[in-house]
Design a protein around this ligand. Sequence first.
Ligand code: F6P
Length: 328
Amino acid sequence: MTNEKIKRIGVFTSGGDAPGMNAAIRAVVRTGIYYQKEVFGIMRGYEGMIEGDIVKLGARSVGNIIQRGGTILKTARSKEFRTKEGRLKAYNNLKKEGIDALVAIGGDGSFTGLHYLTEEFGIPAVCIPGTIDNDLTGTDYTIGYDTATNTAVEAIDKIRDTALSHNRLFFIEVMGRNSGYIAVNSGIAGGAAAIIIPEETMSFENLMTLLTAGEGSSKKSNLIVVAEGSKIGGATELAKKVAERSDYFDIKVTVLGHLQRGGSPTYFDRVLASKLGVAAVEGILKGQTDVMVGIRNSKIVYNSFDSIINHVHEIDQESLRIAKILSI
Ligand code: F6P
């Protein structure tokens, strides 16, 4: 794989960090070097690209990071990159360093920026899906989702112990602005009585019906998992509304928040990140550009940014069905 046109590859992380991003950086750097390319790390995503904060990376400089959460390249959400002037500054810095191809690790917001950069300046670019939300179409899994869901399950298990001991009703809020993936799967794995997600229209009245059924059978402790993007209110709001309607339950709220973004990546996320990192570089060297690399039915796939940006990764209906059957 000797693409003579590409000599220097830039890699960066962008948007919310996700466990496994470091494993992806390591894979990109080592694959680039394996194919005799030079690899540069761009710090703080598009912010660092605009400011020219770019460092050369070697095979050893990405040692001892596969097991670490966060991102050694740091990350940011850049407003300036949304403007044409910002992107021109960024492109000039890339040119100055001789960077002739890019690999971005991030979510859909990060890809949109890169899509514009490739369109405007013709620089080849491949994206690797890295976000705990698993909200990107074109891949079965995004890097970080497995770790975040395991973190949520561990927390739910712990809350269950105290909920049962006190006969309490807990509303547990997990991350997911527009996506219920973490909620659905941590809810199934944690044995939740109900799962409330942005994609599904469980009304507040449905929730009350479910809880009232519990009242009828003297069931007092319950775990309700709520995705932060729930259309009928987050955990705090729902708890308040239920308390206004009934004093049967002793209600508590736990918002897991950014806890879900940290920690050592699971084996699954490390392997996924490694595979996608290798595939991103090999894809670029084979002429792929303006695409996201993903994994579908265990096979590497490349999908154009156009087919990814602003499209929804549909929630698995079968999982929702299973969750309902098992929560009776
Ligand atoms: O997109 C990943 C995510 O963790 C979402 O689940 C969450 O809504 C958002 O990022 C939080 O972003 P920030 O860290 O900027 O508050």
